[in-house]
Design a binder for this molecule. Structure first.
Ligand code: NG6
Ligand code: CA
Length: 515
């Protein structure tokens, strides 16, 4: 009988030990990809009930992952929501509000962030897509023709490829690490909130939409989205120069997908964290011709199809490189949905039976959407997929993006010091599918605060949000089990419940953090 020679047996044993070690090590450090939508509602995704927008790639991810029905972003608008996800700090503590085109960096450079946490664990980190957390130190104006900083690289990302603000704000250029991409030094770029700030002879001048409406050739826009007109679309804020650097509206997604695929391929041999932050489906929606007409809902629906394609490309890249099994893919959105947000892009809103677009209710059964303190403002699609460790299914656990930081700290065996990510608590067990409850409370933000505890929701008096015609919101108590649509304020029937929730909410607001 043939015997394996001792030397061979020894090396085989070493090899086996090493492979087990490698698998164990990599399970400790899965890659993490956040595929993040902009203004994507829960009802925009097939697995959550969308009938009029096909999202086969996201649905496939959902079939292989854990689908959260009570998953939240931290706030009903972009800046505070992203701020909270990346810092583990509630937005109102830093006065985080929707930022203007030239706003300074709002993320403190001396605080722990999600990418810094990953770096501590030896990851490479990147953000590709929409930023909207400001750039610059707030003391000296950002030099868009030189080093554009401080920004993502100063708060923990090793690589960044950004749409710096929003796609309805200037500047309409990409910024890679510290530099504007394709900038011609002979056409310097200036960015401002007033025309006077960018009125520089020698730089390309763009039409002012307030005086030259005919310049809006892509489609027309209203209320505030009519300052500089770039690529035939009116924007918030003014820019001059940078003509060679202008993005092409209909290929922004292609550009981000190309960068993301390259990033994943370059980092396939080490753990990485990729925050893929799509501009879809924020206004001005300009889906690529490939996607135009794919839904009956105009550019809003078509942009969602484009976003689903982008998600599919990223997931396919992970599969092709053999990384899918041990990569955590999180799919979510920065705030609830909105329909026509100031651009004439074919999105029609019907309000007689609640808000919907030709029968498509982008927040599903939940009330309201973007800018609102109701559930539709923050209850967003939230899918976590990790084939190596998470069993597919559905979870009703109460989870929030603000808790990703502490959850990953637990997963990576890193301690959070006092004063770090003060509002982030681990929901790791819920994300792994072993805890069906999630957090006992979360705070929801939108021009005010609300507290969720189980099925109870208490709203502290809040401003109406946008548009301003909405009425201020008084103290309100809902029970979402009996009344998911938040239609009956039952504060008079449950005064004690309301009082205890109000007290807890005020204590949490006044405290240094909720952890
Ligand atoms: C609002 C803009 C809206 C959008 C939003 C930010 C107006 C009238 N509306 O102020 O178009 O840009 O800010 O959206 O200016 S978010 O998703 O980035 O929070
Ligand atoms: Ca948004």
């Amino acid at each position: 009988m043939y015997m394996t020679p001792p030397v061979k047996r020894f090396s085989l044993a070493i090899f086996l030990l090493m492979s087990v070690g490698a698998i164990a090590a990599s399970l400790d450090k899965p890659n993490v990809v956040i595929i993040y939508g902009d203004d994507v509602g829960l009802g925009d995704v097939g697995v959550y009930g969308s009938k009029l927008i096909p999202t086969p790639n996201i649905d496939q991810l959902a079939a292989e992952g854990l689908v959260f029905t009570d998953g939240h972003c931290s706030a009903a608008t972009c800046t505070p929501s992203r701020f909270s996800m990346l810092t583990g700090i509630l937005g109102f503590r830093y006065n985080a509000r929707i930022l203007g085109p030239n706003a300074p960096l709002i993320v403190p450079t001396d605080k722990l962030t999600l990418p810094k946490l990953f770096k501590k664990a030896g990851y490479h980190t990147a953000v590709i897509g929409k930023w909207h957390l400001g750039i610059g130190d707030g003391k000296t104006p950002v030099d868009w023709n030189g080093d554009v900083k401080p920004g993502p690289l100063e708060v923990g990302f090793d690589y960044s490829y950004l749409l710096p603000s929003t796609n309805d704000r200037v500047p309409c250029v990409f910024v890679e690490n510290h530099r504007v991409v394709n900038l011609d030094p002979n056409d310097p770029l200036y960015v401002g909130n007033k025309y006077a700030e960018v009125n520089k002879p020698g730089s390309t001048q763009y039409p002012d939409g307030r005086k030259d409406r005919a310049a809006m050739t892509y489609y027309e826009s209203t209320h505030g989205h009519n300052n500089s007109v770039i690529n035939g679309i009116g924007r918030i804020g003014y820019m001059s120069g940078g003509k060679s650097a202008l993005w092409n509206e209909e290929t922004i997604t292609d550009e981000f997908v190309t960068k993301a695929k390259a990033y994943i391929a370059e980092n396939k041999d080490r753990p990485f964290f990729l925050y893929f932050s799509s501009q879809c489906i924020h206004v001005p929606r300009a889906p690529n011709k490939r996607f135009q007409g794919k839904t009956e809902l105009g550019y809003r629906g078509d942009s969602m199809v484009e976003f689903d394609w982008a998600a599919g490309e990223i997931i396919q890249t992970l599969e092709d490189l053999g990384l899918a099994e041990n990569t955590i893919v999180i799919f979510s959105s920065d705030n609830g949905p909105t329909y026509d947000d100031g651009y004439d892009d074919g999105t029609t809103v019907k309000t007689s039976t609640g808000e919907s677009d030709r029968g498509h209710d982008a927040s599903g059964i939940w009330r309201g959407g973007k800018y609102q303190i109701y559930e539709g403002g923050t209850r967003v699609p939230f899918i976590v997929c990790w084939p190596a460790r998470i069993k597919p299914g559905t979870s009703d656990a109460l989870v929030s993006q603000i808790d990703l930081l502490a959850s990953f700290a637990e997963l990576l065996n890193l301690d959070l010091a006092d004063g770090e990510a003060v509002d982030s608590r681990s929901s790791l067990a819920a994300f792994l599918g072993t805890d069906s409850q999630g957090q006992t409370f979360i705070i929801e933000e939108s021009f005010g605060q609300a507290l969720r505890q189980g099925d109870w929701k208490y709203i502290a008096p809040a401003k109406p949000g946008w548009p301003p015609r909405r009425k201020p919101i008084p103290k309100t108590l809902y029970n979402l089990k009996d009344d998911p649509g938040e239609t009956k304020n039952i504060i008079a029937e449950y005064p004690e419940k309301a009082a205890s929730m109000e007290q807890l909410l005020q204590e949490l607001i006044a405290a240094d953090g909720v952890r």
